[in-house]
Design a protein around this ligand. Structure first.
Ligand code: ZN
Length: 469
């Protein structure tokens, strides 16, 4: 009897172990049909190049589209029409008030006189949102620093009446250029506030660039009510080096600056939203998006025209295969990521007000180069599940799901509703050569690299829709 009990117990354990294994295998078992669908997403994207053709129009015919500009208005109407022409189930505009700043493109001058009395011109570009220098420009001595703390140490005695020159370079030893961007970004974002606290008349910064060229970069900056708003601009890397070298010879050199821009009242703009309705769970929403606004230099092809056409293109790939998703798929062109994030905030606000059920949000805002993986902000259990899906991806495209990541525009949704969020990670070695510069144009886009991004998004959406998170 006792032996029989032991035998039953043994059989039970065996059965339990086997069924657990089956469950595990079930979770990760390769499904031919799913594999086929995903292969077809990639094949269709690479053959038909619809995202690439859309990006050509967005970059070349519409071009720059800073919030509040004519270009931004055109881009809103154009993306709406594209999604209507594709026959998405519903396409609509979500109104949002956005900041409106315009660069004075007639004034972008900087130079100093070297010890031989020669005029050395510097390439300069106002940070987005900068006030202007006086019309005739300004002339002042320069103090060079590499951190905000150094400005504190110099204090009013060292800073007042001068131009503060932030000269912290990208660290070439980082494999991930995003880390360099992160550790130098304070110069552009907070440099003017810190310099103004001690009475500087203006501030300039070395462009947040991985390149050794002389193309200046722009980007967002901030002011603080309690201190003066002073003019703030980026210098090309070569120009920053020239200025730094001369300062070693002549601490008293005079820098001439003449640049700026103007603030206008907030403008009415829109997020553009296109949906394919879910057949089984229409109330469960999967959002995929990029930002429609761009800086006012270049064409915003990589940043973030690519993310927009990735998102529209991903839904388009569902249509190509005539796949009816179970959940509602939403492509969102967010407005105003670059200098305010109003579009992302409004999208989250509306989602809360309308009590929408967002099961996942994905953002593509890392350029059009080759996709490498997805960053994910959600639970560890979800992350494990996602890793089981890697078998469906060619390792030359998506080879990992990593912990952490998402996007600036979907961050508010993640924070207010707890929606799990993904960011499409892209090979970033070249991104900071042209980020926020006149070099970000359509000619830099490789059609196959761009299309791999579109297909990667479609594949992830398909898997989320099929298996849930
Ligand atoms: Zn961007």
């Amino acid at each position: 009897m006792k032996n029989l009990n032991i035998m039953f117990y043994f059989l039970f354990v065996c059965f339990f172990v086997i069924s657990c294994n089956q469950n595990n295998e079930k979770k990760v078992k390769y499904d031919q049909t799913v594999g086929q669908t995903i292969n077809t997403f990639y094949g269709d994207a690479l053959e038909f190049k619809e995202s690439y053709n859309l990006l050509r129009v967005l970059s070349k015919d519409i071009g720059q589209r800073l919030s509040g500009s004519e270009g931004a208005k055109k881009a809103v109407l154009w993306t709406k029409k594209i999604m209507e022409d594709y026959g998405f189930d519903s396409v609509y505009l979500q109104p949002v008030m956005v900041p409106h700043w315009e660069r004075d493109k007639t004034r972008q001058e900087a130079y100093f006189l070297n010890s031989n009395g020669q005029k050395i011109s510097l390439s300069i570009l106002a940070a987005g949102g900068s006030v202007s220098t006086p019309k005739e420009g300004l002339v002042a001595n320069v103090v060079e620093v590499k951190s905000l703390e150094e400005v504190d140490q110099l204090g009013e005695g060292g800073v007042k009446g001068n131009v503060v020159f932030y000269n912290k370079a990208f660290n070439p030893r980082f494999i991930n250029q995003g880390n360099s961007y992160g550790s130098t970004g304070f110069q552009r974002r907070s440099g003017a506030i810190k310099a103004a606290e001690y009475g500087a008349v203006a501030s300039v910064f070395r462009s947040l660039s991985s390149s050794d060229d002389d193309v200046p970069h722009t980007g967002s900056m901030s002011y603080k009510d309690a201190v003066d708003s002073i003019p703030h601009a980026g210098l090309g890397v070569v120009s920053a080096k020239k200025l730094s070298a001369e300062l070693k010879i002549d601490k008293n050199l005079k820098l001439f600056l003449n640049f700026g821009g103007k603030w206008y009242p907030d403008a009415l703009s829109h997020n553009v939203i296109g949906e394919i309705k879910g057949s089984e769970f229409p109330d469960e929403i999967i959002t995929v998006g990029g930002h429609l606004d761009s800086w006012d230099v270049g064409e915003g092809a990589h940043d973030d025209g690519a993310g927009c056409v990735h998102s529209i293109g991903a839904l388009r790939l569902f249509q190509k295969q005539n796949i009816k998703p179970k959940r509602t798929l939403r492509a969102v062109m967010f407005m105003n990521e670059e200098n305010g994030l109003k579009g992302g905030q409004e999208y989250a606000l509306q989602a809360v007000e309308l009590k929408e059920n967002h099961i996942a949000a994905i953002e593509s805002d890392a350029s059009a180069y080759v996709p490498r993986g997805f960053g994910f902000s959600g639970s560890d259990e979800q992350l494990e599940k996602l890793r089981g899906w890697l078998q469906y991806f060619d390792k030359n495209t998506i080879s990992y799901f990593s912990k952490g990541g998402g996007g600036a525009d979907i961050g508010p949704l993640h924070r207010s509703l707890g929606t799990p969020m993904f960011g499409l990670n892209i090979d970033g070695q070249k991104y900071f050569e042209m980020h926020h510069t006149e070099k970000d144009v359509f000619e830099l886009i490789n059609e196959r690299e761009l299309e791999l991004g579109t297909a990667s998004l479609a594949s992830l959406i398909f898997l989320i829709d099929k298996y849930g998170l």
